[in-house]
Ligand binder design. Sequence first.
Ligand code: MEV
Length: 432
Amino acid sequence: MNNFVNGFSKKNKLEKIDWIINNHFHNNKKAKKILFKYLNDDASIQSLHDEFIENTISNFYLPFAVAPNFLINGKYYTIPMAIEESSVVAAACNAAKFWSNLGGFKTKVLGVEKIGQVHFFYNGSPVKLKAFFKEIRKNIIKGLKSITSNMEKRGGGINSLELVDMNNKIDSYYQIFVKFTTIDSMGANFINTCLEKITEIFKSYIEEKQFLDKTDEKIDFIMSILSNYTPNCLVKSSVECKVEDLEKNNELKVDNFINAVKISKIDTFRAVTHNKGIMNGIDSVVIATGNDFRSVEAGIHAYASRNGIYSGLSNAYIKKGFFNFELTIPISIGTVGGLTKLHPLVNWAHNLLGNPNAETLMQIIAAAGLAQNFAAIKSLVTTGIQKGHMKMHLLNILNQLGANQIEKNDAIEYFKKKYVSHKNVREFLNKK
Ligand code: MEV
């Protein structure tokens, strides 16, 4: 069957669904029913979702959970988490409770700077370009006022705007490198609007002042876009306790924990998994609070490579008899704009957190990341993760195998003391 389609976006939702079911599912009624099952009965909620993106044909649910008992800088938070992976929320809850008895998480914002770049090529004299840029720089900033004045009223705006000569990397390549403060918004729209305006103003001055005065001289603007690498939009979270408090009532050996972190510093295979555990905590809060997890992911992984080798993001050490565990990461998120007020559940998540500003939310997210990393390493160097993970995964396996509620209850009881595996659960059900 030829599944190429013209004008798909012009069809209404029902026509789109019909086209898909006809062309990709041989008109299968069940396939259609699944899409409808996930549509929201509340027309206002559904139309909101329909309008978030193009070609919406249904909604995609993730479990939405909470992790209570997060003591952060002396205040208790119940943290919203949207994630599909078994045991992540349970691990966050355990770590939160564990550290709440030991003073909780200490967090601090180390910087809030965002970055944007205009990339362009100019084949003429660098000296001439630099002098020209110097001459028009103030006018560029003035020309941006209509965009920046609101942000300035809120305490943000453009912090610096510089021409950077990149000829040592690519011939004729330059950037206008712009630093921003965007207060409580993530700032992508604000930054990109500013950058496009900078390009427009720059181009108009090139015309007006007849900057290109040699016949073979040319300037090509390539792109104007924010950078999702924000190494100066940085937050730190940490926990500390006496070494004996960590090892008390615990199979945990602090040296093994510290060595696990050390390994992540020098071995990329381990570092990626180590950081993935951190991202379990970070992404789930970033998603639940309606932020862009792809940009947070991209920025954090770049930061993990900042010293030339991709390394684990957390640090663990003992100082004067105290175990210290800390995480410093760039997190560029917002608490206004985007989905934050628009998506009812996202709005609810912000309410749950007491409507934090962006800096507070950065700290909450960093605490969730550190908690997750703590829980993962603690399991890895003691029981291993499979025990806890498979216990949580038991319901997924039972559901996959079509167990009824009585079988599920029996299995949960039986597997309290038995090893959970797909095979063991299947055998258990077969015996019933
Ligand atoms: C699983 O989602 C995350 C872990 O693999 C993280 C880690 O190994 O540190 C448990």
